[in-house]
Design a protein around this ligand. Structure first.
Ligand SMILES: Cc1ncc(COP(=O)(O)O)c(C=O)c1O
Length: 366
């Protein structure tokens, strides 16, 4: 699905030198590379504060911890996404409320979101799934009306723009992951939290560091979540390439979409009105009920094709609280049966794209 080796080969000299420099300096944790990456990411995102942390899941957990929520407070998020988002809500003994997504964009259905609000609702976590922003204008309006926090899960959409603002900088807090396969990936685990709010930033910086605001004075229960210097060094070399990386993903996506235009049984990705797309995934909907056969056909030709995601979160054993009504989730229910993601990365060349698209076309008799 990704080709991290070829990508690394193109930047190897620069990255190797940067990593060796960290080894020479022995500043493995909280070193200058981390501080510099923080500043450079702030500039790239045009956001006041970036707080690096250990991974994207920690970022979401720490964001929720910083908002002073009480056990039982409700946090609304999408039913169709990776589990990290709901996991941290439940881990903190908050109450996760899952709602359906839009069939075309895979992002949270804002009508369903509105309908799910109760007096206990305190926050919304829109997930910018597969690389495009959720409908942030609507979400921010709903949040304002009901006095709710908004935490953007930007793990899959770093670099995407929503009406000229970077994904993750519109809500109260943005969270991202630097997992190696992400659009901006390091060579291990990594994550970051963004905010324009000085008070929230202060709180986040304390929580990532054992709840310490002054050394060895622990004002609250925190966690230990750090981006290490080696990862920061890698990310500093890759951040200047992020726009090019995202452009390469867009070019591959355009080639896929063009090749599938005449296949009625395939729905190609639909971009929301006000957002750009950074194609963390290129996700098709196979509407003739033959998704699994297509996947097997492609696998037979050594083409990886993945199902992100095969089970709605509300039906996962860990999150099935028995309170959800299937009829409220027509889109998620359909998507888990129809979606299939094709290989998507920065190094896809014309030959690979032709091989993949020809195989898909062959399956549909084209
Ligand atoms: C939407 C979403 N949120 C959160 C995460 C968690 O990030 P990490 O794997 O860095 O903990 C991921 C990563 O896969 C993700 O895709």
């Amino acid at each position: 699905m990704v080709d991290l080796q070829s990508q690394y080969q193109k930047i190897k000299d620069d990255v190797d030198a940067a990593i060796l420099n960290v080894l020479d300096s022995a500043a493995f944790v909280n070193g200058p590379e981390v501080k510099q990456f923080e500043t450079e990411l702030q500039e790239y995102l045009n956001v006041k504060h970036v707080i690096p942390c250990g991974n994207g899941t920690d970022a979401l957990q720490i964001a929720l911890m910083a908002l002073g929520l009480e056990p039982g407070d409700e946090v609304i998020t999408a039913d169709f996404t990776f589990a990290a988002t709901v996991e941290v809500i439940d881990l903190l003994k908050l109450s996760s409320i899952l709602v359906d997504v839009d069939y075309d964009t895979f992002t949270v259905d804002t009508d369903k979101l509105k309908a799910a609000i109760t007096p206990k609702t305190k926050a919304i976590i829109p997930v910018h799934l597969f690389g495009q922003c959720s409908n942030m204008d609507e979400i921010m309006a709903i949040a304002k009306e009901h006095n709710l926090y908004v935490i953007e899960d930007t793990a899959q959409a770093i670099g995407a723009d929503y009406k000229g603002k970077k994904a993750g900088t519109i809500g109260d807090i943005g969270c991202t992951s630097f997992f190696p396969s992400k659009n901006l990936g390091c060579y291990g685990d990594g994550g970051a939290i963004f905010t324009n709010d000085d008070d929230i930033a202060h709180r986040l910086r304390g929580i990532v560091n054992h709840g310490m605001y002054k050394r060895y004075y622990h004002d609250e229960v925190g966690v230990n979540s750090r981006l290490d210097s080696v990862q920061a060094a890698v990310l500093r070399r890759k951040l200047p390439l992020l726009n090019d990386y995202n452009a390469a993903r867009n070019a591959a996506a355009a080639a896929y979409t063009e090749a599938f235009e005449d296949i009625d049984e395939l729905l190609t990705p639909v971009k929301g009105d006000d957002t750009t797309h950074v194609f963390h995934q290129y996700t098709l909907r196979v509407t003739n009920g033959k998704r699994n056969e297509l996947q097997a056909f492609l696998t037979g030709k050594d083409i990886p094709a993945m199902i992100y995601y095969p089970v709605p979160l509300r039906k996962q054993k860990a999150y099935d609280n028995g309170h959800y009504n299937d009829a409220d989730f027509p889109n998620t229910n359909k998507l888990v049966e129809e979606v299939m993601s094709l290989p998507m990365h920065t190094e896809l060349d014309d030959e690979q794209l032709t091989y993949i698209t020809s195989a898909v076309r062959e399956f549909f008799g084209k």
